[in-house]
Design a protein around this ligand. Structure first.
Ligand SMILES: Nc1nc2c(ncn2[C@@H]2O[C@H](COP(=O)(O)OP(=O)(O)OP(=O)(O)O)[C@@H](O)[C@H]2O)c(=O)[nH]1
Ligand SMILES: [Mg+2]
Ligand SMILES: [Zn+2]
Length: 269
């Protein structure tokens, strides 16, 4: 068995307290979002936190550009989350459009596609591999929600040697043990937090809170701050629940994960 370089997990869906592995040894994750009702900056930030924690690179892939009136406006909104994030806007059904994603799919690279049901993950796999191995199905007309067509994770080899991992659309992606990932995703807010007067500041109404000052000065966005606070609370809560459950019930496979971000660092999970 190969040593894991990167590892994705989430808190298992529902009320169950357990960590669920999603994928390992992934180099890049395409965060697939459709330019329709599915579009959510909060959800993209949630995925980015998970990916940064796992030590993989993220590419935001905005699909269904052909059905959207103003794809560039959405692209700007996603780019504003992080100036260094690669954001690609594509028509997943069109080979020329999807070729923008080829640089991440080189020989020896593994790319996982994550995103809600119906956003076009399997469609991208089919177009990138030039095959029709993956079943796809139309989303509901009323709200663009997918039909959970893909039900298992599968690997697909590209002619050039890249490997693509198709995954079922996730209904729920709860973060656990993801503090560093959240901090990296919200690097602007993390910098402000360091300047708060009290080290245990909750950024609600404390005096000398640099975060609230920045919000009032309109240097940070209210939506982004609310999502940061909510993801931090969620991951702290889930991490505590998993720890309470004890190591004997945790899946054996996730006990130690070598962390790619810092060579030689072994992150206990
Ligand atoms: N017009 C257009 N349709 C697309 C695009 N990408 C995907 N679709 C269509 O959207 C529907 C859903 O695509 P899928 O590839 O099945 O979505 P998925 O993300 O794999 O969904 P699950 O397997 O349920 O998680 C299909 O009818 C696709 O043909 C796109 O960029 N443009
Ligand atoms: Mg699918
Ligand atoms: Zn504060």
């Amino acid at each position: 068995m190969l040593e894991r370089r990167s590892c994705f997990s989430r808190k298992a869906a529902g009320t169950k307290v357990a960590e669920q592995l999603i994928a390992a040894n992934v180099d890049t994750v395409f965060v697939v979002t459709a330019l329709n009702h599915d579009f959510s900056l909060n959800r993209i930030e949630r995925y980015l936190a998970l990916i940064r924690e796992a030590g993989a690179d993220a590419v935001a892939v905005l699909t269904k550009a052909d059905l959207c009136d103003d794809p560039a406006a959405y692209q700007c909104q996603v780019q504003a989350l992080d100036p260094l994030l690669v954001v690609e806007t594509v028509n997943g059904l069109d080979t020329a459009s999807v070729s923008a994603l080829q640089p991440w799919c080189r020989a020896g690279s593994t790319v996982a596609l994550l995103g809600s049901s119906g956003v076009g993950k399997s469609t991208l796999i089919n177009t990138l591999t030039g095959q029709t191995a993956q079943l796809t199905a139309e989303a509901r007309v009323a709200d663009d929600k997918g039909r959970h067509t893909t039900t298992s994770r599968t690997l697909h080899l590209m002619d050039g040697g890249g490997i693509l991992l198709d995954t079922p659309g996730m209904r729920e992606l709860q973060l656990a043990d993801c503090e560093t990932g959240v901090q990296e995703t919200f690097a602007d807010i993390t910098e402000l937090v360091k300047r708060c007067r009290y080290s245990d500041c909750q950024h609600q109404s404390e005096p000398g809170c640099a975060v609230i000052e920045a919000l009032q000065a309109e240097q940070i966005d209210g939506r982004r701050l609310a999502n940061y606070l909510s993801l931090m609370r969620e991951q702290t809560h889930n991490t505590a629940s998993l720890a309470e459950k004890g190591p004997e019930t945790a899946p054996k496979a996730v006990i130690t994960v070598p962390c790619k971000r810092q060579r030689g660092c072994v992150k206990g999970r």
